[in-house]
Design a binder for this molecule. Structure first.
Ligand code: FMN
Length: 97
């Protein structure tokens, strides 16, 4: 089963998580959101993951903007992982919306 993980990371925590997930899942491509945001997004994998840090009780603006590129994903398995310092708040609910 093929997976693409899109990540955003400033200090490296989310990148480590993305890479460890990729290793465990196998057949996974890890792509940077800052790079992918200016290109056509590839949603052809069976599973699409996003990994990012919580910023001010929510998604970083770039992640929120990137998610707007997700179209026709009704039958797609999408997962999200957020790294955080101590207060994740409703970040994953924001992603779901
Ligand atoms: C601007 C900024 C805002 C943050 N806001 C939160 C927050 O609201 N809640 C929280 O638990 N952690 C917060 N953090 C901590 C980060 O989510 C945490 O350190 C994360 O693992 C960093 O991921 P990265 O290394 O991939 O950038 C914030 C960090 C920064 C730099």
């Amino acid at each position: 089963m093929k997976t693409t993980i899109y990540y955003f990371s400033s200090t490296g925590n989310s990148l480590i998580v993305a890479r460890e997930l990729a290793e465990k899942l196998g057949e996974t491509v890890v792509s940077s959101i800052p790079k992918a945001i200016n290109q056509d997004i590839d949603l052809s994998a069976d599973r699409i993951g996003i990994v990012f840090p919580v910023y001010i009780w929510g998604m970083p603006a770039i992640v929120s903007k990137f998610l707007k590129k997700f179209k026709n994903i009704n039958n797609k398995y999408i997962f999200a992982v957020a790294t955080f310092g101590g207060f994740p708040a409703g970040t994953l609910l924001q992603v779901k919306k």
